[in-house]
Ligand binder design. Structure first.
Ligand code: HXC
Length: 297
């Protein structure tokens, strides 16, 4: 699908994208590249990173790949240093690396809980922490006129609760909190904007194939009336908006990109009945003697 944005909105910018080799991360890498940015991809699997970089380069995008695990502080440090050496600066950090599996709380070991927290929450903080010298106003490769941008990929499942996702819900709640706190502190002190994106179910992603088996997907409309799949493109467009000057006054928000799904609940009363029922209830209560609830009439 064609982008509605001008092709130069990220011209001259350098973005480092963790988990940028596949799924939503790769689409963000591609769209950032198509809109003028140079792209550094960080990921654990060398083959995935290498083939993503080759794909980006075949589109004429300036791209480089760096193997690393966001759970390891030394990897975070090394990858940021390498990306800086390669491109001369880092303007945008996208924290897209995440881990997930479906499990009920009673079957989840504390280590399984910790593993997802380590990747999503601690990994996000570690990357931000190590990226500060590059992103801050006047930092390495940055001018004195403004700082860089951080974008965290989050989720909506912790807004309410989610079956078999206790570790991910806890991790993404932490990611949102990290984003808001950094927006306050680093927005004030270093002119860095920090925002998040909370995607809904996005087709063709590792998350979808892991979390939503096919048969559930086809029945989802029964229990989630607003259910429909998004595209990786939808998330990448939101990322472009937040990372470009279009989002220059946006700091500390998490943009939900899920077609309203998190608001979804079954209709408890058919629409053609609601008027009738509502009027009848009003009429009853108007005719009731003072102090007697209409339910008692
Ligand atoms: C129960 C499990 C489990 C499972 C792992 N564990 N898988 N427990 N059910 N299916 C437990 C293990 O038993 C172990 O605990 C602990 O978790 C660590 O497991 P390892 O396999 O050693 O971890 P590791 O090799 O580091 O792999 C991490 C991973 C893996 C998260 C488990 O799935 C991974 O690498 N994922 C990255 C890719 C990914 O998941 N992408 C999807 C992102 S989707 P014990 O106690 O036995 O030692 C996404 C969408 C979010 O993020 C939004 C949702 C709406």
């Amino acid at each position: 699908m064609e982008s509605p944005f001008k092709a130069n909105i990220l011209k001259g910018k350098v973005a480092l994208i963790t988990g940028g080799g596949s799924g939503i991360g790769f689409e963000i890498s591609t769209q950032f590249g198509k809109h003028g940015a140079s792209v550094a991809i960080m990921g654990r699997r060398k083959q995935v990173v290498d083939s993503a970089v080759a794909n980006l380069q075949s589109l004429g995008i300036s791209a480089a790949g760096f193997e690393g695990d966001v759970r390891k502080q030394e990897d975070a440090k090394r990858v940021l240093e390498s990306a800086f050496k390669h491109f001369g600066k880092i303007d945008i950090l996208v924290n897209g690396a995440a881990g997930n599996f479906l499990v009920s709380p009673e079957d989840l070991s504390p280590n399984g809980f910790r593993t997802v927290l380590d990747i999503d929450a601690v990994g996000t903080f570690t990357m931000c922490h190590e990226a500060l010298p590059y992103l801050k106003k006047g930092g390495l490769g940055q001018s004195l006129s403004g700082g860089g941008i951080i974008l965290n990929i989050s989720a909506t499942l912790h807004y309410t609760a989610a079956w078999y996702q206790i570790n991910v819900a806890a991790a993404k709640a932490a990611v949102d909190a990290i984003g808001r706190n950094l927006a306050l502190e680093w927005g004030t002190d270093y002119d860095i904007r920090v925002n998040g994106i909370a995607p809904g179910p996005i087709s063709g992603t590792p998350g979808m194939s892991k979390l939503v088996p096919e048969e559930i997907n086809s029945k989802a409309k029964d229990f989630m009336p607003l259910y429909k799949l998004g595209e990786k493109w939808d998330i990448a467009m939101a990322a472009l908006y937040l990372a470009s000057d279009a989002g220059k006054y946006i700091n500390g928000t998490t943009l939900i990109v899920d077609g309203g799904l998190w608001l979804s609940r079954p209709r408890h009363l058919p629409k053609d009945e609601v008027k009738q029922v509502s009027r009848a209830v009003e009429k009853k209560s108007r005719n009731a003697p003072a102090g007697v609830p209409s339910s008692k009439l």
